[in-house]
Design a binder for this molecule. Structure first.
Ligand SMILES: [Mg+2]
Length: 416
């Protein structure tokens, strides 16, 4: 059997854990720069706030229903997610963290009453972190996803639903509209509806050849998975073969110093991920571009691919290379809107043999380890290059809650 464990309204729930007076009140969380709605509590959904709505458009709703607004506090959400996942990981050796608030667990070989096992998971996560969880259990991953939806939808199930018979499988699939099936995008849903396929069950009844020609082997695998034959494998953490950090800017940048700072920051962010997967990189690419919609200025975009003299994961060395690269593509008197750094061509840090002449500075290894440790413990970018600004200063976050779990100065205070 497979489990999909999914935190309910995760970002809103994280805010509530540290501020219980928010219980029962409508909450929304805004994207970076307080742009649009990326999470809603159930109450906010009822009040009519749509997912993705721009913040300025819902001003009136916010006032009318006294909706509590938060800037996204990803340090807090990331840390809470890590706590939830580490509890879930104690239930099986094989699990896949699917997103910040969702995790698949492979329970094959585990002998337990599945409903009880699910309830135990849910209670433990709730008690240890304060986060409400829904648990779907079924013979395949896509059915576990469906079971989870049912667990969320019907409160009488106490947050756990198990699909363990043909009868339950068919009932669940008949209930689920085709556009809500995991992996069926809006485009396919529209095509399927036009063919008279309205529910997940209808989809499982289509001839195999039709599904294959319409949706390739991916769709066919999904169809079999929904029929109860495990066909979608667990994705276990794999090393990436390139790491990119690219961003659009909140305003136009036109000086070399401005771009230098952004490129240094992007390189630091990528390098940290590179070290986390214990790789060294041998090539990097950077690009800059101006605003293609600015009619007053010709669009300029350029990139450079750098072959490094030695493989490295040191932020200091990579930043130096990146800045040299930037000099090659930077043009004066341009208004830049976007830039990015992509690291590639990796070798395993533990297997690499240093060369005779050119090598990464060996002292950087322990320095980087120390920096990563500090940044992990005290929040992103607490230790950074002199050429970097603090990342968060670049973001508009007027409604930010505290870093309750990662900053000693922001711990919750209890007055007796
Ligand atoms: Mg969720």
């Amino acid at each position: 059997m497979y489990v999909l464990a999914d935190c309910n309204n995760f970002y809103a729930s994280c805010e509530r854990v540290f501020n219980p007076s928010l219980n029962g009140k409508p909450i929304v969380v805004l994207s970076n720069n307080d742009g649009c709605v990326i999470a809603r509590s159930n109450e906010a959904k009822v009040a009519g706030v749509k997912m993705g709505a721009p913040a300025f458009q819902i001003k009136e709703l916010i006032q009318r229903y006294n909706i509590q607004v938060f800037s996204s506090n990803f340090i807090l959400y990331g840390d809470m997610s890590r706590r939830v996942m580490s509890i879930l990981a104690s239930y099986t050796p094989v699990y896949e963290v699917y997103s910040i608030d969702e995790c698949f667990l492979d329970l094959n070989g585990i002998d337990a009453d599945m409903r009880e096992y699910g309830l135990r998971m849910r209670t433990q996560v709730r008690r240890w972190t304060g986060i409400p969880l829904s648990v779907g259990v079924a013979p395949t991953k896509s059915l576990a996803k469906v079971a989870n939806r049912i667990a969320k939808k019907f409160p009488e199930l106490q947050g756990v639903h198990v699909i363990d018979s043909e009868e339950k499988r068919i009932k669940a699939l008949r209930w689920l509209p085709i556009e809500d099936v995991w992996g069926i995008g809006r485009r396919y849903a529209r095509k399927l509806r036009a063919m008279g396929v309205n529910t997940a069950y209808d989809f499982t009844q289509l001839p195999e050849s039709m599904v294959r020609s319409l949706m390739t082997v991916v769709g066919w695998r999904l169809q079999r998975d929904l029929q109860g034959i495990p066909s979608i494998e667990m994705e276990l953490p794999e090393k990436k073969d390139s790491i990119a950090t690219t961003r659009s800017f909140d305003r136009d940048y036109n000086t070399f110093e401005d771009l230098h700072e952004r490129i240094a920051t992007f390189t630091m962010m990528s390098a940290e991920k590179l070290r986390r997967q214990q790789s060294l990189c041998r090539r990097m690419m950077l690009f800059v571009e101006t605003n293609r919609f600015n009619e007053k200025e010709d669009f300029y975009s350029n990139s450079v691919l750098l072959k490094l003299p030695f493989p490295t994961s040191s932020s200091l060395e990579l930043t130096q290379f990146a800045v040299n690269g930037l000099r090659k593509i930077y043009k004066e008197n341009k208004h830049y809107k976007r830039a990015g750094v992509i690291l590639m061509d990796f070798v395993d840090a533990n297997l690499y043999q240093p060369s005779l002449f050119f090598n990464s500075n060996p002292k950087h290894k322990s320095l980087m380890e120390a920096i990563d440790k500090l940044n992990n413990k005290h929040g992103k970018m607490i230790v950074r290059l002199a050429s970097q600004d603090e990342l968060t200063h670049k973001m508009r976050r007027l409604h930010l809650s505290k870093a309750y779990t990662t900053n000693v100065d922001e711990l919750i205070e209890i007055t007796i």
